[in-house]
Every structure is written in structure tokens, then in C-alpha cells.
Ligand binder design. Sequence first.
Ligand code: PEP
Ligand code: MG
Length: 762
Amino acid sequence: MLNILRRIIQEVNAAQDLEQALSIIVKRVKQSMAVEVCSVYLADPNTQHYVLMASDGLNPQAIGRVRLAPGEGIISVVAETAEPLNLDNATDHPRYRFIAETGEERYHAFLGVPIIHHRKVLGIVVVRQHTQRRFKENEVAFLVTVAAQLSGAIAHAEVVGDIRGLQDNRHDGRPLEGLPGAPGVAIGIAMVVYPPADLDAIPDRKITNINAEIVAFMAAVKSVQDDMAALGERLSPKLNAEDRALFDAYRLMLGSDTLINNTLDRIRAGSWASGALRETVNEHARIFDEMDDPYIRERAEDVRDLGRRILVRLQSGKRNIPPYPDNTILVGQEITATMLAEVPSEKLKGVISARGSSSSHVAILARALGVPAVVGAGDLPVARMDGRELIVDGYLGKVYVQPSTTLLAEYNRLLHEEKQLVAGLAELRNLPAITPDGLRMPLYANTGLLSDVASSLNSGAEGIGLYRTEVPFMIRQRFPSEEEQRRVYRQVLEAYAPRPVTLRTLDIGGDKELPYFPIHEDNPFLGWRGIRITLDHPEIFLTQLRAMLRASIGLGNLHILLPMISSVTEVDEAIVLLNRARQELCDAGEIVERPRIGAMIEVPSAVYQAEALARRVDFLSVGTNDLTQYLLAVDRNNAQVASLYDALHPAVLHALVQVAEGARRQNTPVSVCGEMAGDPAAALLLMGMGIDSLSMSAASLPRVKWVIRNFTRTQAQDMLAQVLTLEDAGAIRACLNTTLESAGLGHMIRGGGISGKHHLPN
Ligand code: PEP
Ligand code: MG
């Protein structure tokens, strides 16, 4: 069974579109289960009808025509219960409905299994047989496995509106779920970017100059043929006859009608050469993959190798990048800093990356550039996105493909409102963040790049609440030297002096890797991370501490923050090392002031020890991004569980209250520097708790300042008291929204960042 399943999955994955994938499924399932019929019904997202999309065994004329309304027939029973239905005689079932077009009256045995993705029934796969019998347990299990594998492919196709017959091209189907990478919304045209020499990364792309494409392709083939001939000749004295035959096989393949002519046919049909080559190579490789003889199966790799070689030649000519659309949404499997930098900045409106997390390079850069981004969109069918119209919602981490005019109008309205809001907020720049009843709440910026220090100054930030020093480490090929670090830190400290700047010591590990310091762990978020690494490597830690101290000479605004603290000993040890670094500098004759030192509260154990930690340091800073992930056991970088990740979860709020109380008992100031601080509604709650300052991305700052200037501390305390009685995040969010709306701050609800839900489809 496992082998059959593997083979089916392989074939389905290689299918060009959903239609082909479904016909492979029905054919293979029918064969392997030795039944008379296998069919797939899919739900039309707009009408909720179940439509017969593929069948091996039923009348082919019925495909696309049979549409079952909700509640109609036994198919609906499977949909309603979301469970397999196994009947020895379907016609006995009270919900059985005879459908003349399918010619199905001859079948008795029925097994229907739901195809479920993210808790939603997308469709049903059904097998039928003449005889009356119940399907065996292992048969049910087999079909359940097939259905589970199919769900991802169907969800992909639904996202891009590619299920022909189910919906027209523009739709409001479910959005593609990713992670918020950089805040904001954007509407634009997808431009797929891809790494060189990677055949699978090549997107579909239409061309008009067919001749030029043919000439380029033939030139590429010719140069690979020449390479092969030269290679074969060079190696022939060293190779035995069998191995030499490999080169002959390569040469034969290169001269073969199939590889060349099929590609040319695709080019003539309007595809660009690289896309046509990808399709042809995949088609041929698939034929070899299906062979039972392992030796012949290996030939699939040869075909792919040849494909890659031709691709390299195609790409080494002029770079075949069509002009970027005026409103480019950059789309890719993995978007690198260079890909981002290549787009003229006035044209770059949004970014979507299938990989990555909120702390990956692409997200950091997009935030610095102020470009909305969605990352970690694992379900993104990258190859089929080029040229499609998209909406990027960087607040919620959602992407809409080919949206309907209604949805476009709604997002255009939001964009317009945002522009007005930003223009209005600009006036706040030089005003303090102070409540109408006189509470000062300093607002600081989070940064990690030197280039966004200026934009954070412009946003009216009163200092830097979190400078992520791992960023200058990540963009290098080796550990930066003490002097290199000192120069970077000096620029940040100087830009803000005399206002405070909080430099966090190196926080690598987890999902933040340095290319020159790889860490391989099964469970990196619970592994060697942050302070654990720097305490284990005093040479790295001391270098960084000395660089920070030297950078601060004469400025007096340095704060040092320790990440991932889970016990008081880590703080004690870090302070010993800090004192040593300072002593070394004093011994060398440099006069270094004692910086203020803080501990991050981002691990549950630190919440319970907040008071003990507060006793040892000058300030606490709560990293709600990690604290939420560790309290809720939800990976902050996993789109699959993104809906469970919510900083407004009552557990997180109660933890924050406990931290604020612990710090207060020691008279130690406490700030919040996770994304939560940039959510206007959450910021008010934090103010109600008695948090002393907030640090957030520069883009969020004006909004937060606006709500603080319009909401009293007493109101914030009342609102906090109310939400602390609630037991789930949804109710808390609803309560906050109602309170903000009745205070006339309704337009601030959207665009907070962490978990703002709005009225658009989920
Ligand atoms: C946090 O965890 O909330 C935080 C501010 O640190 P980072 O996002 O860099 O892990
Ligand atoms: Mg953190």
C-alpha cells in the first residue's frame, strides 16, 4: 500500500494542474482498490455546491455537470459529518438521490471520504462497486490517506482560482495564509523571482517574440551538446565503456525529438523557453520515475541534469527578466536581499515569500523599506503566480489572488484611509506620548539595520528600545570584529544621544542563523539560543560587550539588554562578564561609564521570576513575540498554527500583569518590545498594567501615540480590568474593539499588527 501511495503522490505532485492531478487520482485509486468507480467532488466556494470534477467509471459527460446542492444526496452526508461513510448498499440510505447523468444505479457499495484542509471540507473522494459489501478497514484507511494528500493540492488550486468549472477567474475564495512579515497592505501585480539554475523554481511566463525564444533555446542546446562532446572526449581514456555510454545517452537525449521538439512546441504555444523546458523535462523525468526497473528510474535524474544545464545556458545570455510592473508584488520561494534590491524602489509595492519567518532577512528588509510583506506562505503555488493581481495584507499575513472587484474596492478604501491616517499622524511627530490625564508613556523604536535608524527618528521615537544586534552579524560572512561592531553601535548611539538606545546582545539560534556559525538542532527554539550561546562563548560575548562599551564613550545613553533569560544565574553570569569587559577597558585607560543593564522576559520561567530578575538589573523588557510562542506552545514562524498565535490570549495578559507587578515591587522599570506593543489596542492594555514604556517598529509608532493621546490612564485601567475577566482571545479582541469604537477610536483597530481581525474574509 505504501508503495502505491508513494507512487500516486509522486505523480500527483508532478501534475501540471489540478485537473490532471484529479484524473490521475481517480484512475490510480480505481486500479489499486479494484473498484468500478472512483470520483472526486469538490465544493464550489461561492455556491457551496458539490461538483463532480473527475471520475473513472462514471459517465464522462457528467463531469462538471453534476452539481449537488448542500444537503443533497449521500455526498452531502459525508460533507456534513466530515467523516468517511461506508455503505454496503447506497440505495438504501435515506438521503440517497438517483442521478441519471452518472449512470450510477448499478453500483451498491459506496465509500465516501472527505478531503479536508484547515478544518474545511474541500471535497469528497468516492469509490463505488456493483456488489453489496462494506469496504474493509485497510481500504478506508487507504482512501483517507489519499484524501489527506490531495487536500494541499486542492487548496493551492483554489487559492489561484484554477479550478475550472468551479469559479470564474476572479474570486473571494479563502486567502493564502502566511505570516505577517512587514505591516501594511498593497495591491499589485505578481512578479516571480527565482534563483538561477533551479528548474523547479522557473515560473510560467508568456512571451510574444516566439522566434527570439526559439533561437535562444537552440543556442543553449547547442552549447550543452558541445560541452557534452568535450566532456566525453576528455574522460574517455579514464572511463569504461559502460560509463562512456552515459555521455552517449546524454547526447542522444539532447538530439532527441521529444526533448527538443516538445520544448519547441511549448514555445510556439506562447511559453518562454525556460518555462517550456521545465515542463518538458518534468514530463520526461516523470516517465522514467514511473519505471519499475531501478536503473531506468535513475535516468530521470539524467534528464533533470540536462535540463539544468540547458537552463544555465539560457540564463547566462541576457537575463531574461521582463520589466518590473509599476506596482510590483515580488513573489518567490525564498526572496533574498539582492532580489529585493534589484526592484526599482518606486515600483516595489509588496513582497510575498513562501519561506521565511518574521525574523528572516526578507522581513527585516521589507520593514526597513516600509514595504508590506507576507512571509512563510508555504501553500504559495509560486510557479503559477506570475502576472496575477494580488492583495498583500502584511498586518494579518494574508494574500488574495485574483480578488473580486468587491474585495479590491474594500482594500483600495483601506489603502486610501491608511494614507490619510499617516498624513494626519505626521503632525504628532514632535508631540509627546501623554494621556489626557497626564501619564507619560515613552515610545521607542525597534531596529536592526543602520538604514532604518533615520526612519525611526522621523517617526518621532524617543529612543531605541530594541536594537537587534544579530542583524549586522547576519549580513556578514564572518563574525564582525570588535572595531567593526563598535562603529555600527556608535552610529546608532550617536544618532539618538542623549536619548536612550538599548542594544540587545547577540540573539542567534532558534530561527536566526548566522551563515558562518551553523547550529543543527532538532528543536532549535528550545535549544541553544540567545544568552545560552553567548555565555558558552565568552570570547564572542566579551568582544561584543567591549564594542558596545567603547561605542558609548562620552554619550552616556547605552542600555544593554540580555535576551532569552530563563534563570537568574544567567543574569549573574552575564553581569560578571560585563564587569570584566569594563574592567579590561579601564585597565587600558579608556573611561567607560557603567551602562544600564536589562533582562528580557520572553520565557515563561522568567515571568515567575520577574521580581528576582528585577532585583538584579536596571530594567526589564518583555519580548512578547517569544513569550507568546512559549506560553502557548505555538511556533511563531509556522503558518499552519498562525491562527493559534495570539498575544491577546488571556494567559499572555495575565503573565504580563505578573511581570509588571514583580517589577513594581522592586521599583524596576519595565518595557514591552515585542510586536504587541505596536498594536494600538494592546498598547492601551499595557498602559493599564503599568508598563513604563513601549518599543515597536517605527511604522506602528504614530498610531500608538495617537491612541495614547486620546485615551486616559483610568480608561485603560478599566478596559484592562474588563478583559482580564474574559477567558479567550477572541472575546478579548471583540471587547477591545467595542471599547475603542465607543471612544471614537474605531479607525485605529485595523493595522495594529499582531492579531487584528477585521471584516474581510478569513
Ligand atoms: C520578542 O521575542 O518579543 C522580541 C522582541 O525579540 P525577537 O522578536 O527578536 O525574538
Ligand atoms: Mg525574542
